[in-house]
Ligand binder design. Structure first.
Ligand SMILES: Cc1cc2nc3c(=O)[nH]c(=O)nc-3n(C[C@H](O)[C@H](O)[C@H](O)COP(=O)(O)O)c2cc1C
Length: 171
């Protein structure tokens, strides 16, 4: 069985999961930007993973369009350790119902470290931070985001890929 892991990663967490998956499954590993649609037929199994920024998975619209006729495994890697409500939010912001039933979605816990953010995004998140800090009656999620500015979190662990590896072996 020939397979490939495609990924988009800004800060390294998704890339790390993609590397572990490529090792365990003996699949090729490639940045999504270097993959061409005409190559789809060369692979039996395709996995795509990306980070989540302001609720949106990087490149997800392009991926859903490219793989409209071929079901693939899609994983997102975001800031929460695996909180169901936040995983549901990621699904809601990035997929239609039919896309979720056509493809196979998994969530892998990343973490948050805003100190790695540079450039215009840094400017934007600093404005966001100031707005959040001033807000009264913050939700749990908002408190967690603010914590990310002072206490970086890192939930990346090889054990989390087990569910994807098992799924691929079953198909
Ligand atoms: C600017 C920025 C925005 C983020 N927005 C979200 C978000 O909306 N929801 C979430 O769950 N995680 C969010 N995160 C956390 C990232 O999804 C998490 O760090 C992920 O592991 C990044 O993947 P990467 O290291 O492959 O780039 C954000 C992180 C940054 C730096």
């Amino acid at each position: 069985m020939k397979g490939i892991i495609l990924f988009k990663s800004r800060y390294g967490n998704t890339r790390q999961y993609a590397k572990w998956l490529a090792e365990d499954l003996n699949f090729e590993l490639r940045d999504f930007s270097k993959f061409k649609k005409k190559e789809i037929a060369n692979y039996d199994q395709i996995i795509f993973g990306s980070g989540v920024y302001m609720n949106k998975m990087d490149k997800i619209q392009k991926v859903l369009k490219m793989f409209r006729d071929k079901p693939i495994v899609i994983f997102s890697c975001a800031g929460n350790p695996g909180i169901e409500k936040e995983i549901e939010d990621i699904k809601m912001y990035n997929f239609h119902h039919d896309e979720l039933s056509f493809h196979h979605f998994f969530y892998l816990p990343g973490g948050v470290d805003f100190s790695k953010v540079t450039g215009f995004m840094k400017f934007l998140i600093n404005i966001f931070r100031k707005i959040l800090e001033k807000k009264k009656n913050k939700t749990y999620e908002e408190e967690q985001i603010l914590k990310g500015f002072t206490d970086p979190t890192h939930y990346v662990d090889r054990k989390h890929i087990k569910k994807i590896v098992e799924f691929i072996h079953q198909t």
